[in-house]
Design a protein around this ligand. Structure first.
Ligand SMILES: NC(=O)c1ccc[n+]([C@@H]2O[C@H](COP(=O)([O-])OP(=O)(O)OC[C@H]3O[C@@H](n4cnc5c(N)ncnc54)[C@H](OP(=O)(O)O)[C@@H]3O)[C@@H](O)[C@H]2O)c1
Length: 327
């Protein structure tokens, strides 16, 4: 089954996820969709210093939005912020240094942000990457793909949902997942014994499946917020170069640039049209697409979804360190 899924995913990628796939899809885009002024609205984007996150942050800044950039590296964050401010002349761009793999820090950040800000309209969970070697996160000892791509973003989202709900401007959460998820069926126990025969691609794919399912669960649990997940296509970025190795070197000319990869993220974050689709949908190139490959046996049951949501709620809660009892 693994070989079939990889082959089907590769074929799908060659047709739809390349630069050419974007050129074809974009012929039916309506640019009026994103012809909006979002002055006064507040956006948060993780991984906003690079690639898809940077392009999204710049596009939103160009439309007048206040942008909170979540980045882990202060120098890279400052460089990206300076570049966005210089280009867009929008001074409402803010940096927050948060490493998503340190989950207690993420919860603390979300808590502080909620205490110190009155408004958040759109959260974009973009940061992430495929980590090819097995290692554990420093604080909570989660496998590193799981910490970075699932537990950290989940903690950020759980933590900010109350503030998002307070927005009276159709709050949204956009989750950048990946078509890589098509390789995996949801498995809440996947990371229990993952060290044996570790496969970075499959670990990453499981993470992206988990985030997409979380998006569905949040959509059901919080109808006041519009949730969407999406795949950006094959995009030439630092994370793709680290994660995909030889594949990207051989296929370089077929990869999209970051603006092309960010197009649907920006559309989901800004466009009134995006809100007309059901919350919990999964998109590629501004269209709702299937969450499963044909005959790939990846569909989870309702019970598996419920169990996973409960598991994630508990996992995130277990990362909260009670500062008052700390010695
Ligand atoms: N490129 C593709 O072909 C492709 C395909 C499908 C999905 N995606 C998804 O697209 C999203 C954006 O990636 P990209 O391709 O644009 O790569 P990128 O340019 O390398 O951006 C990734 C961003 O995530 C940040 N990040 C990574 N780990 C983090 C952590 N622990 N804490 C905080 N920030 C962290 C990175 O920060 P640093 O600058 O500090 O590293 C960077 O800002 C990811 O979720 C990725 O899985 C990409």
């Amino acid at each position: 089954m693994d070989a079939y899924r990889k082959f089907a995913l590769f074929l799908k990628g060659l047709i739809y996820e390349t630069k050419n796939g974007f050129a074809i899809a974009s012929r039916s885009f309506d640019n009026n969709d994103v012809d909006v002024d979002v002055t006064g609205q507040v956006f948060m984007i993780s991984g906003a210093n690079s690639g898809i996150g940077y392009s999204t942050a710049r596009s939103i800044a160009l439309k007048g939005g206040e942008v909170h950039m979540i980045c882990r590296n202060p120098e890279r964050a400052q460089k990206a912020k300076d570049s966005i401010v210089n280009e867009t002349k929008n001074s409402k761009i803010h940096i927050h240094i948060v490493d998503l793999s340190r989950v207690n820090d993420v919860l603390k950040f979300a808590d502080d942000f909620t205490k110190n800000h009155t408004r958040l309209d759109v959260l974009i969970n973009n940061a992430g990457e495929m980590i090819q070697e097995f290692r554990l996160s420093e604080v909570e000892n989660f496998e590193m793909n799981f910490a970075t791509n699932v537990v950290g973003p989940a903690a950020l989202t759980f933590g900010l949902i109350p503030l998002l709900k307070a927005s009276n401007n159709n709050p949204r959460v956009v989750i950048v997942t990946s078509a890589g998820m098509l390789l995996q069926k949801l498995n809440k126990n996947y990371f229990d014994k993952v060290e044996k025969d570790f496969d970075g691609l499959l670990a990453y794919a499981q993470c992206k499946r988990q985030m997409t399912v979380l998006g569905d669960c949040w959509a059901a649990e919080h109808p006041e917020i519009h949730f969407s997940s999406m795949h950006p296509g094959w995009v030439d970025t630092p994370a793709a170069r680290r994660g995909l190795g030889d594949f990207i070197v051989k296929m370089e000319d077929k990869f999209r640039n970051s603006d092309e990869g960010a197009d649907t993220v920006t559309w989901l974050a800004l466009s009134p049209v995006a809100l007309t689709y059901p919350s919990g949908s999964y998109f590629q190139d501004r269209c709702v697409v299937t969450k499963h490959l044909f005959l790939a046996n990846t569909k989870e049951t309702k019970q598996e979804r419920t169990d996973f949501y409960q598991f994630m709620t508990q996992t995130v809660a277990s990362c909260k360190i009670d500062e008052t009892t700390k010695v």
